[in-house]
Write a protein of this length. Structure first.
Lengths: 393, 146
């Protein structure tokens, strides 16, 4: 629907009427009450007008400033810059927007300035007007953010360097352990064996028994050292996040366990398509430890059953119906060298779950367990980035 | 003909004794010459001043050695045309991945971790002697007999 010509004219008159009432006084009030700095200079740079904010900031009055130039008010290099900006605005003929710095009571202040030329009827520039907004506070806040960021980066660099140094130290320590700690054990073991082989006649049954115990302990200590090194390796190894096929790893590990004890029968169920984002070598160690445990602790079960599945997205479950454990001791489960069964019941050094725990933590995930004596154990591992299912195999 | 010697590069006196004992027990007839540090090993295998070089049928090389370590010995052996194809088995206490990787990178023929159990140690010596002294055909450019 279109307006009648009369309605259109009335609407225009209504819109213009307030403007007609605005005089010089109102316009001056307007420019005097803004927090921006407003000024007008002729093409020679002589002041024609400044607003109150200008007077306040630079300690001048608009009467005293008339006819002066920036070179009368500011240090030469600042005045030169203002003048150059004025000339640029005149030359382009369109408003220019730029950052200017002017002295203030508490040091230099930064302004965002818009400058534009005023032209006469012939299109000739006769003055430059400028509106400058003080952005010093924002600038200082930005500088503070930059400074804090730099500080943060410096701290991260320091912490990284510290971590790298301690990893290197751990690395050197583990290297030395693996080289130097096993050699004396070999001597203990070797000489005990030589005594048994060459000098058995001079030792009675008890003496020979003690020697065998020395040997067994040397061998056990060697195993403990190896386990400790495995744990330290799980900490030191580079973590490479790619796609790890848990289903395939689990099937391979079960096949290996089955091969090692072909007489064992167990009902194994591994869900298809279990895939996680993680380091395949470390994930294999996790799967290997959990399945080896399940295999070991179902050794006396009547109908051994082991299942691997994904009960909810991002979580893998390893369940068995073996010896289980008492939940009262669950906080000890993941501590290195803590065992909830005696060596005569089930062999082991108690390092496997500690390694699993460490590897999961390095992946930003976690491991937890539920068990009941004689009823089996269930272990869950969750990955921070989730288990990707579907595109599995 | 007298069989070519085996060079054992090892600084641990107990390990030297165990190794010799294990080889003897397995009726290895070869003489076992011992170098107890890397410098000694290099001066035997790569002598200067025209001295005759030792040409063992097999070198058993420990990694952690005084003065010049085993991996450096290996590097120098492989850098010299006289010993480039000499059979070298790195035999050490650790199974640190970096030792294994570095040994093969430098041209070791094999890497064996010394077992702590003496029975396993003897088994390893037996297998090594059977393989390297009887079964293995060395490179034509390498003829022992020094």
């Amino acid at each position: 629907m279109s307006e009648t010509p009369q309605a259109s004219a009335d609407r225009l008159a209504e819109a213009v009427r307030p403007l007609r009432r605005v005089g010089l006084e109102q316009l001056m009030a307007l420019i005097d009450r803004t927090s921006a700095v407003i000024y007008m200079r002729d093409v020679e740079g002589r002041y024609m007008l400044v607003n109150r904010q200008y007077e306040r900031l630079f300690g001048v009055t608009r009467d005293s400033i008339l006819g002066l130039t920036d070179h009368d008010l500011f240090p030469p290099e600042i005045a030169d810059e203002f003048r150059a900006n004025d000339l640029a605005a005149i030359a382009t003929g369109t408003p220019v927007r730029l950052e200017e710095i002017a002295p203030g009571d508490d040091g230099p202040h930064t302004y965002i300035t818009v400058k534009f030329s005023l032209t006469d009827a012939d299109g000739e520039a006769y003055a430059i007007a400028g509106i400058s907004t003080d952005i010093t506070e924002r600038k200082r806040a930005e500088d503070e953010v930059l400074r804090l960021n730099a500080e943060l980066e410096r701290r991260v660099r320091e912490r990284t360097a510290e971590l790298e140094a301690s990893t290197q130290e751990l690395d050197a320590f583990a290297y030395s352990v693996s080289h130097d700690l096993r050699a004396p054990l070999r001597s203990l073991e070797g000489f005990s064996q030589i005594l048994l082989e060459d000098h058995a006649g001079q030792l009675d049954e008890d003496g020979q028994g003690y020697l065998r115990r020395i040997r067994a302990n040397a061998t056990r200590m060697a195993q403990l050292i190896d386990d400790l090194l495995d744990l330290s390796r799980a900490t030191r190894a580079d973590l490479r996040r790619v796609r790890a096929d848990v289903t395939q790893i689990a099937e391979e590990e079960i096949a290996e366990l089955q091969q090692a004890s072909p007489d064992r029968k167990a009902d194994i169920s591994i869900a298809p398509g279990l895939v996680v984002d993680g380091d395949p070598n470390l994930i294999r160690i996790v799967v290997q430890n959990l399945l080896t445990n399940a295999w070991k602790f179902t050794g006396r079960a009547e109908h051994p059953r082991i299942t691997v599945d994904e009960p909810e997205p991002g979580v893998l479950r390893f369940a068995d119906n073996g010896a289980g454990f008492d939940m009262r001791y669950q906080d000890k489960l993941f501590d290195p060298f803590q065992r909830l069964h005696t060596s005569s019941e089930f062999e082991g050094t108690g390092i496997g779950l500690a390694i699993v725990h460490r590897i999961m933590r390095r992946h930003g995930g976690r491991v937890w367990a539920h068990g009941e004596p004689g009823q089996g154990a269930t272990f869950w591992v969750s990955f921070a980035d989730g288990v990707r299912s579907g595109d599995g195999r | 003909m007298r069989p070519e010697p085996i060079l054992l590069v090892e600084d641990n006196a107990d390990d030297i004794m165990f190794t010799i004992r294990a080889f003897r027990k397995n009726q290895v007839p070869n003489e076992i010459i011992v170098a107890s540090d890397g410098v000694q090993a290099l001066s035997m295998l790569l002598p200067e001043d025209g001295e005759p070089a030792l040409s063992p049928i097999l070198v058993l090389l420990d990694v952690k050695l005084p003065l010049v370590d085993g991996l450096e010995v290996l590097r120098r052996l492989r850098a010299d045309p006289r010993t480039r194809t000499m059979p070298v088995v790195v035999m050490t206490t650790s199974n640190e991945e970096r030792d294994i990787v570095e040994s093969y990178r430098l041209g070791a023929n094999s890497f064996v971790r010394k077992p702590v159990g003496f029975a396993e140690f003897e088994d390893a010596a037996k297998t090594l002697s059977q393989y390297w002294l009887r079964l293995n055909e060395p490179a034509p450019s390498w003829r022992g007999g020094g």
